[in-house]
Write a protein that binds this ligand. Sequence first.
Ligand code: PLP
Length: 394
Amino acid sequence: MTNEEPEGEVISRPSIKAPKTREGIESLIRKLVKEHHTPLLLVMKSVLSKQFYAFRKKLPDVEPFYAIKSNPHPQILKHFVSLGCAFDVASAREIEWVLKAGAKPRNIIFANTIKSEQDLRYAADHRINMLTFDNELELYKIAKHCPRAKVILRIKVANIGSVVQLSLKFGADPEQATYLLKKAKTLGLQPEGVSFHVGSQCTNINNYIQALETSAKIFAEAESVGIDLKLLDIGGGFPIKHFDSEDGTVFEKMASTLRKELKRLFKGYAKLRIIAEPGRFFCGPAGILITQVVGKAFRDNKYYYYINDGVYQDFSGVLFDHCKYEFKSLKHGPKLLCTIAGPTCDSLDIISLTEELPELDINNVIYVKNIGAYSCASAVPAFNGFAPAKVLVI
Ligand SMILES: Cc1ncc(COP(=O)(O)O)c(C=O)c1O
């Protein structure tokens, strides 16, 4: 391990079965609080496996490359290596982490369309040869530093309704696709395929359908100029439940449409390899964040609960992932309007202005489920001296 790895204080244990009922979850939380104190981020390997196998089952022709940006914890990476999963990385350091976890270079895609020259050299030195790009200048950089690379063109697609809109920053105009693929060939690179990302937490199947239709057109255009594309990368974006009341079958329904559309649009490509880059879907449901109230005030006609984790730590998803969470307390009873804030001196550190919880006191436990993705991954190490939660992988 290097000092900079996102290891934190880690406790790893044999896998446990994830409790299914509220009583089961809360009795586990009570036990863990006594043993480990808080803040504590519990990651359940059994749920990581469940998500991986659900994806494989519903999209059997699609190979998942886990997008480690969502949670690069070493124990999570090792677990996905043990399941035979491949990986999507965004930087040289992420390459280093997945190789250290035991991933094979051929099971890694460097899927950040903007890569530094230094990171490109690192990728070449470590035999990572699947890279995405979305502009001409990037192709020159790749040709210089990774001359044997197989390049995958990321196109801009609709992100309508997705919680995180990635097309604001990435993706070539589909009209430029053939030009860019031909350019890759001219530069001695292997134009391998097309990729897209419909935006994170995407529940709008039309984004996928349109993106697949556009990709199919690019495949046909490329074929007409003598370029045989071999790979389609359907990106990430697969949604999860954040609230108990949400429909838990959204992914299943989307996968069923995706299977049909892939068959309809790509049936002519017998040797086509289809891959995806799920992040949130693989690790989000595996995480439970357990916190305690450290301060309480009454202002603006409601209680303010100050807890020992905030937007600078494991609730960083409130800012960076535009995420909303369901807060629960171990204490049950009539609910009152309240605000939940983090422990730092910054007024930005308000996790939610309007929640409903029973009246709580100092040390009472507040916990959040489905918070394994984009939480500790984007936490800062010690703002105001407050460290992110201890991570317990069981
Ligand atoms: C290139 C790329 N692939 C995959 C992902 C993972 O997306 P998600 O967590 O929505 O599955 C992201 C997220 O930002 C991304 O930028």
